[in-house]
Design a protein around this ligand. Structure first.
Ligand code: GDP
Ligand code: MG
Length: 180
């Protein structure tokens, strides 16, 4: 039976960024197709699994959702272990969360690299784009920023309106597969 020889991939993907940027909401939207505006901070780490049919193969994305305040704690090194990709999220309504993006990227790259010495594929998410697009459209030069700082790309997302989340995840998977 040919089905049994189909390839399966399991990828650990980190979802990181400051508190309140929408990490948990993005994962809920992506995995459970739900959204709630009731704020409830994540305690510790949450996991969610998204299964994708990828051509004739299966991709299992294990999404790791951490509480935002743990950025510089000792926990991150353990948390990052064996991740294959990352989504770094900021909130387009709060510029300080964009400033924090580089701290997250540096933290990640200083604690984790692939066997070949390269950093893991990382996509930048400008979340809550339903709230306005000034920051990404007129403010920061996002393409240039990504190039300079080693992000493979960026997406405007909205967990609220279900915009671009699966597109961003697919884009990340493509890059993970290319580096695997
Ligand atoms: P986390 O701390 O990064 O996990 O952030 P949460 O997912 O808990 O979201 C923080 C708050 O932002 C919640 O009240 C969410 O409902 C809200 N939120 C998350 N994503 C969006 C979005 O795309 N648009 C809007 N308008 N609000 C969002
Ligand atoms: Mg959370």
């Amino acid at each position: 039976n040919g089905m049994q020889s189909l390839k399966e991939h399991l990828y650990k993907v980190l979802v990181i960024g400051d508190l309140g940027v929408g990490k948990t909401s993005i994962i809920r939207r992506y995995v459970h197709q739900t959204y709630s505006s009731n704020y409830r901070a994540t305690i510790g780490v949450d996991f969610a699994l998204k299964v994708l049919n990828w051509d004739s193969e299966t991709v299992r994305l294990q999404l790791w959702d951490i509480a935002g305040q743990e950025r510089f704690g000792n926990m991150t090194r353990v948390y990052y272990r064996e991740a294959m990709g990352a989504l770094i999220v900021f909130d387009v309504t709060r510029p300080t969360t964009f400033e924090a993006v580089l701290k997250w990227k540096e933290d990640l790259d200083s604690k984790l690299m692939l066997a070949n010495g390269q950093s893991i594929a990382t996509v930048l998410l400008a979340n809550k784009c339903d709230q306005g697009r000034e920051m990404t459209n007129n403010g920061i030069k996002m393409d240039q920023f990504c190039k300079e700082h080693g992000f493979v790309g960026w997406f405007e997302t909205s967990a609220k309106e279900n915009l671009n989340i699966s597109e961003a995840a697919n884009f990340l998977v493509k890059h993970i597969m290319a580096t695997e």
